[in-house]
Design a protein around this ligand. Structure first.
Ligand code: GLN
Length: 348
């Protein structure tokens, strides 16, 4: 469960308007990094053997503005595997390819309320994955990648996520090998989908593409660029490349808001108010439409598999940068407006 006490003393800026200037954003990013640098809560993931060996002290924070402003703090350039954060970008590619309706038909958009690797969630829904941010839905989404073979589908995923990041991303071979040797549960999900007639193709091959996509190596800086592309109507603010349409960004962020932090997504929205996606290697990216994205990397996780320190640092940024989508203040009375002023909006 999130402990908002970690950032509740930060004054809440409203989400309307724009980011403060580059200098101020930079100062706030540095402040958030320094503030949680001593936080030790949570545990490093160990169900993928190689992840258990990571240095738990690593801590990076990055913000990318839609105008191209870059803010990196701490270990923002340290590589780690993207893991589940890949799901939101593959989902965006799937909608770009097949359209809103077709993808929605295949994979739902509601929270399961259950763990990310739940088999029960799939069984309870007759094999129809409830959302693309948990493993069953993500595997069904990866299956939608164009390509005549699994190799071509994997290449499409790698290219697509690289366009979001604005640089060629590559596979962390060690993480891939470790997960491929221990992903029986995901293979079970693949075969269960197949048994319900919800997966075209060979489940083992599709799960292999999914396992590769999770093992793509990124940094907090990369994640912030990827998120900022979704905040910028689908145009990468660093390279200027259009990666997906603005409609795809909107659809993707809606689903991410509902389920990006798994069964804790409601807590996260209530406390922090941004669409965000986490991965078990310790990354989290939060997207503020029209403004930019913030990404954290810190390997210690809470019980739902979300990085503890990244949540805190992004909570701090959400308040002090005015990112929380639900935070507003009464508008100033508009002098040009005719007619009586509503109560509470008298001119001061
Ligand atoms: N590759 C991981 C898995 O499928 C991703 C899970 C995650 O990041 N939550 O189990």
């Amino acid at each position: 469960m999130l402990d908002p006490v970690a950032w509740l003393d930060v004054p809440q800026e409203v989400s309307t308007g724009t980011l403060p200037g580059w200098e101020r954003v930079d100062e706030i990013v540095r402040e958030a990094h320094a503030r949680y640098a001593g936080e030790r809560g949570g545990r490093v993931a160990d169900y993928i053997p190689v992840l258990a060996e990571v240095d738990p002290e690593l801590f990076g924070l990055a913000v990318i503005e839609v105008g191209g402003g870059v803010h990196d703090a701490g270990d923002a350039l340290h590589p780690f595997s993207i893991q589940s954060i890949s799901k939101m970008f593959v989902y965006a590619l799937a909608i770009q390819e097949h359209g809103h309706e077709r993808v929605r038909d295949i994979v739902g958009v509601n929270n399961t309320g259950l763990a990310f690797n739940s088999v029960v969630a799939l069984e309870l829904n007759e094999g129809h994955p409830r959302n693309p941010m948990v493993n069953a839905g993500a595997i069904a989404t990866t299956a939608l990648m164009p390509g005549a073979t699994a190799v071509e589908q994997w290449e499409r995923v790698r290219e697509g996520l690289s366009a979001f990041a604005g640089r060629p991303l590559s596979l962390d071979g060690e993480v891939y090998a470790s997960e491929a040797a221990s992903n029986d549960r995901n293979r079970a999900l693949g075969w269960l989908l197949k048994s319900y007639g919800r997966l075209a193709g060979d489940p083992d091959q599709i799960v292999d593409v999914y396992t590769r996509q999770c093992a793509l190596s990124v940094t907090a800086h990369d994640l912030a660029v990827m998120g900022a592309t979704l905040a910028d109507g689908g145009v990468n603010p660093i390279t200027g490349e259009r990666v997906v349409t603005a409609d795809v960004c909107r659809d993707t962020l809606a689903v991410v808001a509902a389920s990006g932090l798994y069964e804790n997504s409601g807590d996260w929205l209530f406390e922090i108010g941004l669409p965000a996606k986490s991965g078990v290697a310790g990354g989290i990216v939060a997207v503020s439409p029209g403004k930019g994205a913030a990404a954290g990397f810190s390997p210690r996780l809470d019980d739902a598999g979300n990085s503890v320190r990244s949540q805190m640092a992004i909570g701090h940024l959400s308040r002090s940068l005015g990112l929380n989508l639900f935070a507003s203040a009464p508008a100033q009375a508009d002098d040009s407006r005719s007619g009586p002023r509503p109560a509470g909006k008298e001119r001061s």
